[in-house]
Design a protein around this ligand. Sequence first.
Ligand code: TYD
Length: 147
Amino acid sequence: MSLVKLVDLPSFGDDRGGFVAIESSQSIPFEIKRLYYIFNTSGNKSRGFHAHINLKQIAVCVKGSCRFILDDGFHREEVILNSPTQGLMIESLTWREMHDFSEDCVLLVLANSHYDENDYIRNYDEFLGSVKNKTIEGHVINLLKCY
Ligand code: TYD
């Protein structure tokens, strides 16, 4: 199963220009509690390098481009975001890195909860540990269901 899930955003562009309308819990599969955007970027400055315990996000490159790396602890995939009509779904417990920002990049991020520094995992080994624990927890729950 691919880690890269792109969500098509409702697009109503015409000869007057592009137009995208985003609604919470509609085209975005969660309630949007927060949004933020990254701009004035430069190609040699990468960002991210963390995972979230619970947070889900969708990233939309509304202008320019950047390269995302997503890693679930088992697989690592990359995708170039360069379309204002598509969002990249970033599930919880997914390590993300953003590289190769174009100078004109504007990256909009929609999130399903308010900012919480305690939800961050900023150390890659700690992230792998959390993935392992969650996997073991899943196996135990499945075993218990058999009895
Ligand atoms: P961070 O998530 O670390 O950004 P990146 O992974 O892209 O480098 O956030 C950068 C700073 O902004 C950090 O000090 C926390 C702060 N911040 C908020 O206050 N609110 C927010 O919603 C976000 C995403 C970050």
